[in-house]
Design a protein. Structure first.
Length: 302
């Protein structure tokens, strides 16, 4: 069975993997920032303020791509559904983050790569090679080592994390589906529009006063967020989900680091071993894609 990677340029797959790894680092910083802010302000208020900073930047990108006509989408319904999925993911994840250690929440959410691989196979009919299956499954085993199911973490915050994981996985498959027919700007703009409108609708019942300096910091953080969104969206436009799925796991390593630095959540050796497995799975995909790319560029001897 030919793997999906054989149908796209290998250099493109490697580029997508590197963009995914960059996006995961940027999102991990966002996670730590929002967790710190959520200790004082409601998640809905934070999302509203962050979207107020992100939406104009996303709109400017669309305008740069095509002016007023750039906002017109022939797949508006799918764009909005994708936006709702990401909105639900955000709310579920960050509500859980107020009740769970950073690394535990991230580990639970990143059952998503398995779901992404399964959904891409079922919905997009993409063939998945044995090497990518192995990388994703090994990475998931690393997650299990880190979380150690049965340790008492599986309460309602954990269920919210799993819900967020499913929404994220489905939205990434839709990103792959829309990536061939929609511009990068529209793929970033419409989810942020849904974030802003959804948070605004929930804001009256969930508002907590935010000092001006903190509100400005959250709004300004939209620039950081938009870069992360651009990186992950472009990654899923140019490379298939099974190639990118293992790189989602790298967020776990950053979460361990930020948890230790900011909340004194020092992981044990078992958790560190799981993190090593996670990183190894992602690096293996990069190595294999690069190696196959070199093999394809070498002249064939007949």
């Amino acid at each position: 069975m030919r793997s999906l990677g054989a149908r796209i340029p290998r250099s493109q797959a490697v580029q997508g993997a590197l963009l995914a790894a960059l996006a995961m680092f940027l999102f991990s910083v966002q996670d730590a920032f929002i967790k710190a802010m959520a200790e004082h302000y409601s998640v809905v208020a934070i999302l509203f303020l962050r979207s107020a900073g992100t939406l104009p930047l996303a709109a400017a990108l669309v305008w740069r791509e095509g002016g007023r006509q750039g906002f017109r989408s022939r797949h508006l319904r799918l764009q909005l559904v994708r936006g709702v999925l990401l909105f639900m993911m955000f709310l579920g994840y960050y509500l859980a983050l107020t009740r769970l250690p950073l690394a535990t929440a991230v580990a639970l959410v990143f059952s998503a790569p398995i779901m992404t691989t399964l959904l891409s196979s079922a919905m997009l009919k993409e063939r998945i090679g044995i090497h990518r299956w192995a990388a994703v499954l090994v990475g998931f085993l690393g997650v299990l080592v880190m979380v150690r199911p049965g340790g008492g973490a599986f309460a309602w915050p954990a269920l919210l994390c799993l819900m967020a994981s499913f929404c994220y996985a489905l939205s990434m498959v839709m990103t792959r589906q829309l990536g061939t027919v929609e511009s990068l700007g529209r793929l970033v703009f419409y989810p942020n529009l849904v974030y802003f409108l959804g948070a605004a609708a929930l804001l009256p019942a969930n508002w907590t006063p935010v000092p001006l300096e903190h509100a400005g910091l959250i709004v300004a953080f939209g620039l950081w967020t938009i870069v992360a969104h651009l990186a992950i969206t472009q990654a899923y436009r140019i490379a298939p989900p099974p190639v990118l799925a293992p790189f989602d796991y790298t967020t776990l390593v950053w979460a361990l680091l930020w948890g230790w630095i900011f909340w004194n959540e020092w992981p044990g050796w078992i958790t560190l071993a799981g993190a090593l497995v996670v990183v190894s799975a992602g690096l293996y995909v990069v190595y294999r894609e690069a190696r196959l790319g070199r093999e394809q560029t070498q002249p064939q001897i007949r």
